[in-house]
Design a protein around this ligand. Structure first.
Ligand code: ASP
Length: 347
């Protein structure tokens, strides 16, 4: 192809890929906000591990966005990092259900097109967020559950792992503790798990959810949101939380905002937290911060629902709001400095 034709070809391709809200003349400043769950550990030496994990994910998202990559890529890639990090409740390091099994939920949403993909009860796919994205992009469906979701992942060539891959001692001990507190039977240690250590670390379970989520805005002005989780400790097998429910734990629209939530999913579902925040932005003209505060501090807290959200507007305005003692969180915008926080009182 000669130079002129090549140029025209590229221009045509671009015109097809221009999504609603895309401005070719005024590139947007990118921004990303992420969370690693609401609640906190006690301040101390362990917090460094979590801050490092948040930083790794933030860097990954930033490396996509700074190179002009899409918000969807930034969201997926940052969440994959967090899914592999055993300290967060997603992928490896997820909590167990009451029968000692791992069941993972995830969702992703494209704010430019309102396309969404969500999966629940995933047992063998290493990266549920990539499965959610594959479902969104390579199927006519929005949601797939259980073995059918894993089968779809396999069909699309996504890595499959044994349940033991997701095992962490900390989550196993947290399960045993909760089941004993509730007077429920303790299932046998999972097959393939490493032998039980002689000295057990103390288990912090109160006010710690650990779900991961990312919202991003790319230079094309497109928003995306994604969330991935193991759900809640000792949940009933088959229980699905807010994470994969579009509009509850995950939502993105270029016309309002992108949101990812963490906390007790049952409340987020009933309040449709993520969509409600975006609706306040869209129809009442509220800022993303004011809208997030309205829903988290007033509505969610009013129902005694523990949790928090991260939110991002199409104008790049970043927000977070939580009603727990803290939230694992980080944010960065083009030209800015990274903020990585856990406790209340931090920025
Ligand atoms: N929201 C998640 C759920 O209910 C739990 C979490 O945020 O850690 O499944």
């Amino acid at each position: 192809m000669d130079r002129k034709r090549r140029f025209r070809f590229a221009a045509v391709l671009m015109s097809f890929s221009v999504a609603p809200g895309f401005s070719q003349t005024a590139p947007h400043k990118w921004a990303v906000v992420l969370h690693g769950g609401a609640g906190t550990i006690s301040p101390g030496p362990a917090e460094g591990i979590y801050r490092a994990g948040l930083r790794d994910a933030l860097n990954e998202a930033a490396s996509v966005l700074v190179n002009g990559g899409s918000s969807l890529d930034a969201v997926e890639r940052a969440i994959r990092i967090l899914e592999d990090n055993p300290n967060f409740n997603a992928g490896r390091g997820a909590v167990f259900n009451a029968e000692g099994k791992i069941e993972l939920d995830a969702a992703i949403m494209n704010g430019a097109t309102l396309q969404a993909g969500a999966v629940a009860g995933v047992a063998h796919t290493r990266h549920p967020i990539s499965l959610a994205r594959a479902l969104m992009e390579k199927s006519p469906h929005v949601m797939l559950i259980g073995p059918s979701a894993d089968a779809f992942a396999k069909e699309k060539g996504l890595e499959q792992v044994d349940q033991a891959f997701f095992f962490t001692e900390q989550r196993w001990q947290a399960l045993i503790k909760k089941l004993r507190e509730d007077g429920q039977p303790v299932p046998p240690r999972p097959a393939g798990a490493p032998p039980e250590p002689k000295k057990k670390a103390s288990v912090e379970t109160a006010h710690f959810y650990g779900t991961v989520g990312v919202v991003a805005l790319d230079r094309q002005g497109n928003l995306a949101a994604g969330t991935s989780t193991g759900g809640t400790n000792a949940k009933r097998p088959g229980r699905v939380g807010d994470t994969p429910i579009i509009g509850a734990g995950t939502y993105a629209s270029n016309t309002s905002c992108a949101v990812s939530g963490t906390g007790v999913g049952e409340y987020f579902i009933r309040l449709t937290v993520a969509r409600e925040i975006c609706a306040l932005v869209q129809y009442r003209g509220m800022s993303v911060q004011a809208a997030a505060d309205e829903i988290v501090q007033k509505r969610l807290a009013g129902m005694k629902g523990d949790g928090g959200v991260i939110a991002l507007g199409p104008d790049g305005k970043m927000a977070w709001s939580y009603n727990t003692p803290g939230m694992y969180r980080a944010r960065l915008e083009e030209g800015g400095t990274p903020v990585i926080s856990i406790f209340k009182g931090e920025p």
